[in-house]
Design a binder for this molecule. Structure first.
Ligand code: NAD
Ligand code: DAU
Length: 392
């Protein structure tokens, strides 16, 4: 029997989807899921496969050298490192856990892979390491790294460590960098599950800034298929970009959700922007498409409908997450931003109208001055009470 694949962070969103993908597609697989169960790690994500003899869960921290050595010395065929602090907004509040898990944790895994001669190491990275794009073009694997948030900086640092272990020690490692994933089992701090859950409860959705930031969306199952290819066939020392060829502004995406869930636009709230908010991501996946024959298969609207249905039909999964810790985070992140002073959607979602709205927002001093684009604001027609105060 083959030595197990060590999947770190397997109780999170992508890791749990990947474990399920492997169990569905490879009858001979053996998996050890190594996860320390942070707020984002959820055993419910894998309850349906927990008794599969090919699968074993081990609670452990990738930044704990002793625990990692203990599992590595039993013999592994591969390490696939999903474990990370993954939310940009949290990294803005406090970057410490990001440095510890994403950088130190990666270093410890790399050391273990070296010490115990693990024949394959895969680092799951992100398009965010490339920074932000202007209105045109896409990131290739040759794009210089220019991370803008503490989260993406920690992921870029990890990528650099992986590169150095390949170069210096000949470690057989590969890196994947993917764009924004959506699908089942995603923790509702990320935009899509947060918006879906709020809309299903007739609650407002907080769109940051002018809503015109662009993300390149990919269904998590397409991402899992790409990881599977790279793990088995990718060339050592290489980076593979993975994207969905599906660019959407946040506002377009929000409007699509409203249409599918049949909710009114008055639920949109434009709130204070994320500091340092990257404007646009887009991935050029030519390399993986040409070398490994992978391409995204799931059409966006279809994947989105299926995803909405998934959250709608899992009230228990949702209820188990919407507990004290989550609600406390939600209040800290959105409480003031979503107060009644935040402007509701008044215009249509077209970019031109968004510019008008954005100009209005500027006149209310709701957004940082440096971020404001668009025509000069007309005299503000705002109520005097609260004027001059920030919305969030
Ligand atoms: P997630 O936050 O849903 O899950 C992270 C998992 O890692 C959780 O189960 C958590 O308990 C575990 N974990 C955290 N710290 C750990 C530690 N010190 N030791 C062991 N386990 C630990 O994240 P996700 O969205 O599933 O992302 C998985 C990976 O994919 C991350 O590396 C992320 O950077 C990358 N990525 C995510 C996306 C996306 O859109 N979500 C896109 C590209 C790349
Ligand atoms: O691009 C890959 C990255 O995608 C991954 O590396 C990260 O782990 C993952 O979290 C994700 O990062 P983003 O910052 O792009 O995802 P998030 O869901 O937080 O935000 C998506 C967009 O929506 C972004 O432009 C910010 C905006 N947004 C987000 C939230 C949470 C809002 O407008 N309102 C919100 O409440």
């Amino acid at each position: 029997m083959m030595l197990p694949v060590l999947v770190t962070g397997g109780c999170g969103f992508i890791g749990s989807n990947f474990i399920r993908y492997l169990l569905e597609t490879d009858p001979d697989i053996s998996i050890v899921n190594f996860d320390c169960l942070t707020y984002a790690g959820n055993l419910d994500n894998l309850s349906d496969v927990a008794r599969d003899p090919r699968y074993r869960f081990l609670r452990g921290d990738i930044a704990d050298r002793r625990a990692v050595r203990e599992v590595a010395e039993t013999g592994l065929s591969t390490i696939i490192n999903f474990a990370a602090e993954s939310h940009v907004d949290r990294s803005i509040h406090d970057s410490s856990p990001f440095i510890r898990t994403n950088i130190l944790g990666t270093q410890i895994l790399l050391d273990a892979a070296r010490e115990f001669n693990v024949p394959r190491y895969l680092q799951i990275s992100t398009d965010e390491v490339y920074g932000s794009l202007g209105p045109t073009g896409a990131f290739t694997e040759a794009t210089p790294l220019a991370p803008n948030s503490p989260y993406s900086a920690s992921k870029a640092a990890a990528d650099m460590l992986v590169r150095s272990y390949v170069h210096t020690f000949g470690l057989p490692a590969v890196i994947t960098r993917c764009s924004n994933n959506y699908g089942p089992y995603q923790f509702p701090e990320k935009m899509l599950p947060l918006f879906i859950m709020n809309l299903l409860r007739d609650e407002p959705v907080p769109v940051y800034g002018d809503g015109l930031n662009v993300r390149d969306w990919i269904h998590v199952r397409d991402h899992c298929a790409a990881i599977d290819r790279v793990w088995r066939e990718g060339r050592v020392g290489e980076v593979y970009n993975i994207g969905g060829r599906c660019e959407r502004t946040n506002l377009d995406l929000t409007n699509t959700l409203l249409e599918i869930i049949a909710k009114p636009r008055s639920l949109i709230r434009f709130v204070r922007d994320r500091p340092g908010h990257d404007r646009r991501y887009a991935m050029d996946s030519t390399k993986i498409e040409q070398e490994l024959g992978w391409r995204p298969r799931i059409p966006f609207e279809e994947g989105l409908r299926e995803t909405i249905h998934w959250y709608e039909s899992r009230p228990e999964w949702v209820a188990n997450i919407r507990t004290g810790v989550y609600l406390k985070y939600y209040e800290r992140q959105y409480g003031r931003r979503l107060s009644d002073r935040a402007p509701k959607m008044k215009f249509s979602g077209s970019p031109a109208n968004a510019k008008r709205r954005h100009a209005n927002a500027k006149s209310r001093r709701e957004l940082p001055k440096s971020k404001v684009r668009g025509p000069k604001p007309k005299r503000p027609k705002v109520r005097r009470a609260g004027a001059g105060r920030r919305a969030g």
